[in-house]
Every structure is written in C-alpha cells, then in structure tokens.
Design a protein around this ligand. Sequence first.
Ligand code: ATP
Ligand code: ATP
Ligand code: CA
Length: 218
Amino acid sequence: MKKEFAVIGLGRFGGSICRELIAQGMEVLAIDIDEERVNEYSEIATYAVIADTTDEAVLKNLGIRNFEHVIVAIGDNIQASILTTIILKELGVERITVKAQNDYHEKVLRKIGADQVVHPERDMGVRIVTNLVSNNVLDYLELSNEYSIVELIAGIKMDGKTLLELDIRAKYGVNIVAIKRNEEILVSPQAEEKIKKGDVLVVIGAYQDINRLEKKMS
Ligand code: ATP
Ligand code: ATP
Ligand code: CA
C-alpha cells in the first residue's frame, strides 16, 4: 500500500521532499500559504492546497490526522513552524518531521514532541534526497538544489568496463570528473579509461541522474 504524506511549506526543502516522495510512488498532500507555490505543485503532488497551517480548524478540515507522516518545512517563519507542529501534535498525527532553522528552533521542536528534527542547511548528513543514502555513496557536496558532486563506489557491474562502454555521460547526463584508485587519482578520465570494482568515482550531475546511475550500477 502507498504511504500517505503531507508536506507543509513548499520552499526549496519542502519542494524537494515533495518531489522525491512522489518519485518514490508515495501519495503526497502539498500545503502552503502561498498560492503561487501551491500552483507550482498542483500538477506534481497528489493533492495541493493553499492553507495557513497555524489555524487548527484548517488542519482539522484537511483531515491531517489521517496522514501517516507530516513534514513541516516552514523555515524562516519559526513561529509558524512551532505553532503548526504543536497543532499537529495535538491532533494526534502519527509521525512529524520538522525542519529546524537553528539550534534554538530545534530545541523547542524537540520539547513540543516533533518525532524527527532535520537541519538540512547545517547537516548534509540528513539527505534532501533520501535514496542517495546508500552503501555506494561515500560523500557528497551540494552545489545547488539540483546539482551535486557525489563519490560513488564502483560495483561489479562496472568492473572492467570503459567509460565509453558504460556510456555514462550519454545515458545518465552526468560526468565522471575523477577516479580514485588506491592512492592514485585520475582527473578527467577519458572514454577509454577502464573502471575497476572498488574505484571511487567522483561524479557531477543532477541528483536524480546520479541517483539513477547509482541504482543501475550497484
Ligand atoms: P527553504 O528554506 O526550504 O529553501 P524558503 O526559504 O524558500 O525554503 P521558507 O521561508 O523557509 O521558504 O518557508 C517555506 C514555505 O513555507 C514557504 O513557501 C512559505 O510560504 C510556507 N509557509 C510559511 N508560513 C506558512 C504557514 N503559516 N502555513 C503554510 N505555509 C507556510
Ligand atoms: P559526447 O558528446 O557523447 O560526450 P565525446 O566525443 O565527448 O561525445 P568521448 O569523450 O569519446 O565522447 O566519450 C564517449 C562516451 O563515453 C561519452 O558519450 C560518455 O558517455 C562516455 N564518457 C567518456 N568520458 C566520460 C566521463 N568522464 N564521464 C562520463 N562519461 C564519459
Ligand atoms: Ca530558507
């Protein structure tokens, strides 16, 4: 069965969460006070509504209690974030994840019973794109909302194949900027370069594309 999520606040963080949940086949109710933001997600999300989530009656009417997991991604308006979280808690939402803006905000959120507090700007360990987290990903550097540089461990499917045979750039739209092999580092590898299992590939590209490569090759 599909899991039902609600995402409150469709900024960069909430928006990414929303897209990624949809990409993984989940049902998502997208909520924002801002009409433009909601319009942006009306075609992507399962449902999208304009609402002020600091209003308890509004959240009640949305049937928010029935969602298994609610993500509060209101960043800058800390007061709205806290108030929304309190209401969700009072309405008995099963699982609440909240984006914290700073340490003080995080402390308050934990006190009022948020199940999970995430700090995406500070802690890249809490991945925006959850399925980038894998045994094959060593590290990553966020370049923007869309692009990153990721260190991937080459698996058996790549072993002994050249970049040309794997046709990585053409198939995935990403570039391998370096290959780390033991103590060696090969910068800007050419098409003829053979990959060995266990090589660390430094890949640059869009999250989604790198993710596709990682899944296909592991
Ligand atoms: P991010 O920090 O994730 O990049 P952002 O900086 O673009 O996002 P924030 O100000 O952090 O945006 O807020 C995220 C979203 O939360 C905004 O789209 C804003 O309209 C929405 N939001 C703010 N207050 C409320 C509220 N009371 N009810 C619903 N949504 C709200
Ligand atoms: P293209 O526009 O397809 O990249 P090209 O002439 O630059 O053409 P080559 O450098 O000969 O192509 O590489 C052929 C193919 O090998 C590329 O299309 C790409 O799929 C793959 N490839 C080569 N080098 C890399 C790299 N550093 N990272 C990812 N893929 C590569
Ligand atoms: Ca922000």
